[in-house]
Write a protein that binds this ligand. Structure first.
Ligand code: XMP
Length: 509
């Protein structure tokens, strides 16, 4: 399959770039510059390479660099931001620091016809984020765009197929950003756009049918989208040889556990064993107030419950996990679909099994959702909003108690219902309630009573690395607040969180 390498020199825009590439139907793989050699890149058969990076200065002694032999490997290269400066530096251009040339935000880009910028008008908007700049492009490179402060906003050497842009094509503010990637991938690298979710799903099913034929396979279903999509995919490959253990932690949203069970068992015909472990989780969480401790306790308890259930099944040949690409990048694991027993991970240490399979490990979250759709799963199931693994425990500030969970589940359901009913769910990416430990005075008739405070939070975000608070219309907030205080006992106050990320995080814990 055709693929492009996103060579990562640090920083945070490698994933947005890789996602944008995949949106153009080309498979992109992110690899750190420290983990791959030029020979390996050449042997990897990549159609093109994209250099990304962070805020470093290419001319500092410890700045991330790669072997400059890459420039003559014959593979088209596109450098973005730091990546563009690195190309200039390695090819003999001049990169300098000057505080008066730094640019952050939207800037006017003047471009002058080029292969990479084909389709750009003479003047357009672009997103800039740089302190250093390329003062002189290297010999053999043409400058194809500039801004008032940046003399080399884009450059190219079409004989060597090497291109660079100082601006960020992945940012929505760059008007013609998609064209940069499209021109590079299709016109320059000659890609054909083979990366499609229906094809991915069909290939995986065929591959797993062969590899897991006649094997006893086990999967831990958490209730989230990832493990559910993995379950459906493997089930399509091997049918009833797959057993799913669904651990109901009691920390899911209202009706969610039933929906997961019904969807998997009745609609998708998957063999599911549901374990009701709510009481166990609640007692394990007794007295725990720190979010990190909650995460640890929940993960440990999940493993224990899963292990007990798995033991009842005897020896299994393969454990399937719903690991996705961001998990792989986080733990820095290599890109292999099947690993031997004992390798990194958590659940595989608790069951006796032969191998582990991670069918979704190359997919970003939005691709997992699309894979679910390609597998025929219901849309409302695949497009559920993000929900943290430790569930509602993270949305009970302080100790998790049955009372707080009950209140929270109801408040959350009311807010969700109101947001969805109004159609505002199309304009926000995540919306939920949090129950705090702050008791405040309220009026019940003419009596003063103490009650809990509920926080409503709603954010818009592309990738959840940053987020803005959603401008939820007052009417929706008013109805939700009125319903929450009148329909749920014990709540005297409802507040709306108006903090973006940063400085806040999306969740309260
Ligand atoms: P934060 O709070 O870090 O959230 O700004 C960003 C996104 O990640 C989700 N989130 C989690 N997901 N385990 C998870 O699986 C966690 O511990 C966790 N904490 C936050 C959060 O819901 C948001 O979408």
């Amino acid at each position: 399959m055709e693929k492009v390498l996103v060579l990562d020199f640090g920083g945070h825009y490698n994933q947005p770039i890789a996602r944008k590439v995949r949106e153009q139907n080309i498979y992109a793989e992110i690899v750190s510059y420290q983990k791959i050699t030029v020979d390996e890149i050449v042997a990897g058969g990549y159609k093109g390479i994209i250099f990304t990076g962070g805020p470093d200065s290419v001319f500092e002694p410890d700045a991330p660099h790669c072997d400059s032999a890459i420039l003559s490997a014959g593979i088209p290269i596109l450098g973005i931001g730091y990546g563009c400066q690195l190309i200039a530096y390695m090819a003999g251009g001049k990169v300098t620091y000057a505080s008066e040339v730094s640019e952050f935000g939207v800037t006017e880009l003047i471009s002058d016809g080029s292969e990479l910028l084909d389709g750009f008008p003479p003047v357009s908007a672009c997103w800039m984020s740089h302190r250093n700049h390329i003062k002189e492009a290297p010999l053999g490179f043409h400058v194809t765009a500039y801004t008032e402060r940046c003399p080399v906003a884009a450059m190219e050497n079409s004989n060597s197929h090497i291109y660079g842009v100082q601006f960020h094509p992945e940012m929505i503010e760059t008007e013609y950003g998609e064209l940069v990637l499209h021109n590079f991938l299709y016109s320059i690298c000659g890609c054909e756009g083979e990366w499609r979710m229906d094809r991915f799903v069909d290939d995986k099913i065929a591959q797993y049918r062969e590899r897991l034929a006649d094997k006893k396979v086990l999967l831990a279903l958490s209730g989230g989208v990832d493990s559910s999509v993995a379950a459906v995919l493997v089930h399509k490959a091997i049918g009833d040889n797959l057993t799913c253990v669904f651990v109901d932690t009691g920390l899911l949203r209202k009706n969610e556990a039933d929906m997961v069970e019904t969807t998997c068992r009745d609609i998708l015909n998957i063999n599911v064993t549901r374990v009701d472990a709510a009481d166990r989780f609640l007692s394990a969480l007794k007295g725990v107030t720190s979010p990190d401790e909650k995460r640890r306790v929940i993960s440990e308890e999940f493993n224990k419950v899963f292990e007990e259930e798995a033991k009842k099944l005897g020896k299994v040949d393969c454990l399937v996990q719903g690991t996705i690409y961001s998990d792989v990048l986080e733990r820095g694991a290599g890109d292999i679909a099947f690993t031997a027993s004992g390798d990194a991970g958590s659940l595989q240490q608790v069951v006796e099994y032969g191998e582990m399979a991670e069918p979704l490990r190359s997919l970003f979250k939005d691709e997992v959702r699309r894979a679910g759709m390609a597998l025929g799963m219901p849309e409302e199931f695949c497009y559920r909003q993000p929900f943290p693994g430790p569930g509602l425990a993270l949305r009970c500030v302080g100790e998790v108690t049955q009372e707080k969970l009950d209140i929270l589940r109801e408040a959350d359901a009311i807010f969700s219902e109101e947001v969805a009913k109004s159609g505002y769910n199309r304009f926000t990416n995540q919306y939920f309630a949090v129950v705090t430990d702050t008791d405040s005075v309220g009026l019940l008739g003419s009596e003063h009573v103490l009650g809990k405070t509920i926080v409503l939070r709603s954010v818009t975000s592309d990738d959840f690395m940053t987020a803005d608070w959603s401008r939820v219309p007052y009417e929706i907030l008013a109805t939700a607040s009125a319903r929450i205080t009148s329909e749920i006992k014990g709540i005297t106050r409802v507040v709306y969180d108006i903090t973006p990320k940063p400085p806040a995080t999306v969740e309260w814990q």
